[in-house]
Design a binder for this molecule. Structure first.
Ligand code: CA
Length: 230
């Protein structure tokens, strides 16, 4: 199994280092940012599986960062655990209001931190792939890895199969290229958004007469829809 990547956003290097060592020893892959700007760069490059976000940071506070990430469609559902030195209730509540999934009050034990991170990751586990999805007369079967259109099997490459599966499970919704990279390709550090276009083109070729079901939404991305005449 892939190690969960945890982005630690913490300006105090001694604390960040201690957390990173503990995470590494317990099967996580930690990365460290000292402030909001460098955290944003890490996130732009690749979405982490979880962000451990300190409340008190130079420049933008952890709270402001959490709010900002919750507003951005790309980071909207990125798990965030706040680190706070303040133990009082109102602060915790505003942390959760800002969109944090949980909070840990400093000082904390390694065991407590790991338990909380694992709990958040479990809750945010990627949706399990449905065995069989149908949209109109298009059917995708994950068990047999087959796609049929009006009962006729279609030849679909492995990446196009994943892409189609995702689009079918979220039919009628528009997905940006960046969202598709996150959901279909996962970690996309070295993948350009144009790659999505290439695979959409191949997918349409594989779909033949059903190609029109994959719509380009100008300026927004792609959508799979049954609301077309094919
Ligand atoms: Ca701090």
């Amino acid at each position: 199994m892939k190690k969960p990547r945890v982005l630690i956003v913490e300006d105090e290097s001694s604390i960040a280092e201690l957390i990173a060592v503990n995470l590494r020893h317990n099967g996580f892959e930690p990365i460290w940012s000292e402030d909001g700007a460098s955290a944003q760069r890490e996130i732009d490059a690749a979405l982490p599986d979880l962000v451990l976000l300190d409340w008190m940071l130079p420049g933008q506070s952890g709270l402001a960062l959490a709010r900002q990430w919750r507003k951005d469609p790309r980071t909207k559902s990125m798990p965030i655990v706040m680190l706070t030195a303040r133990g009082d209730e109102p602060d915790k509540v505003s942390g959760l209001d800002a969109g944090a999934d949980d909070y840990i009050t400093k000082p904390f034990s390694t065991q407590e931190m790991l338990a909380r991170l694992r709990a958040v990751l479990r809750r945010r586990a990627p949706e399990t792939v449905t065995e069989r999805v149908e949209v109109g007369e298009l059917v995708l079967d994950n068990a047999t890895h087959r796609v049929t259109w009006q009962g006729t099997p279609l030849k679909v490459g492995p990446t196009e199969f994943k892409l189609l599966g995702y689009l079918m499970q979220h039919a009628e919704r528009v997905h940006s290229r960046s969202q598709l990279l996150d959901k279909v390709w996962g970690d996309h550090v070295y993948i350009e958004e144009r790659t999505v276009d290439v695979h959409v083109k191949r997918l349409r070729e594989s779909l033949g007469t059903a190609a029109a079901m994959v719509e380009t939404v100008r300026g927004a991305g792609y959508r799979l829809t049954s609301q077309v005449t094919v």
